[in-house]
Design a protein around this ligand. Structure first.
Ligand code: PGA
Length: 264
């Protein structure tokens, strides 16, 4: 049985004072939740603050990207080893905002995934199609290419490491991110099953164990119906993670008993 996972992605929001208030509300509001793993991915400068304020709570923390290189003359870049220094449990890799705004390729996302594994941090590997690609009937071929580039880059040693670290995948249709328009549970389930099958073709046990999150306008109102789907193991949550109450409701919806009853 895969434990559901909800990861908040704060994107480029926050400052020391606002974060402190949000961390306090989150640790108080979420402390009684069980049967769901919870994490927050914060901007790089606040990793130390997350480490300080979330240590000893049931909320893990992570980064929103890492460099595809181990170290060197890469001004402005942050390596996977550096985020590991702050005891990050997770790093988001290949988010569509990175792919679109910073032109990160499928291959560079695959390289980042490997760097993350080698630093002992669990990658959260994002894939997803744009609205135009979906309208053109290309959703599966785009997501398939993103996934295959990753899977083809993983030598068996890295695949084993990904299994040990519990690597996470996240289906995030680009047209659903920050738009208030989410994929229907059936649309998301179809893509999640497709992603799981692609992983299974390479490593069946890893596919069964891997958590595949849905991301894209998840909120308190739609989370339960999305998380009730059999191949959806939780969410990657942007906007709704910036409000402690909304985020708590999304995390509650991911708890297993609620998923079971929502599925009836
Ligand atoms: P959203 O963002 O929940 O604001 O749509 C999700 C994400 O980009 O991870």
């Amino acid at each position: 049985m895969r434990t559901p996972l909800v990861i908040g992605n704060w994107k480029m929001h926050g400052n020391l004072a606002r974060n402190r208030m949000l961390f306090t509300s989150l640790t108080l509001g979420l402390r009684d939740l069980q049967q769901v793993d919870i994490a927050i991915c914060v901007p790089f400068p606040y990793l130390g603050q997350a480490q300080l304020l979330l240590s000893g709570t049931n909320i893990a923390w992570g980064a929103q990207n890492v460099s595809q290189f181990e170290e060197g003359a890469f001004t402005g870049s942050i390596s996977a080893e550096m985020v590991a220094d702050f005891e990050c449990r997770f790093a988001i890799i290949g988010h569509s905002e990175r792919r679109a705004l910073s032109h990160e390729s499928d291959q560079s996302a695959a390289n980042r995934f490997v760097q993350t594994l080698h630093a002992g941090v669990t990658p959260v590997f994002c894939v997803g199609e744009t609205g135009a690609e979906r309208d053109a009937g290309l959703a599966k071929s785009v997501v398939g290419k993103q996934m295959r580039t990753l899977l083809d880059s993983l030598v068996s040693e890295n695949l084993a490491l990904a299994g040990r670290l519990g690597a996470v995948f996240s289906y995030e249709p680009v047209w659903a991110i920050g738009t208030g328009k989410h994929a229907s549970p059936a649309e998301a389930q179809e893509m999640h099953a497709f992603i799981r099958n692609l992983i299974a073709a390479r490593a069946p046990e890893f596919a069964t164990a891997s958590r595949i999150l849905y991301g894209g306008s998840v909120n308190a109102g739609n989370a339960a119906s999305i998380f009730a789907m059999p191949d959806i193991d939780g969410g990657l949550v942007g906007r709704s993670s910036l409000d402690a109450d909304s985020f708590r409701q999304v995390c509650e919806a991911a708890q297993q008993p609620m998923r079971a009853s929502a599925a009836l």
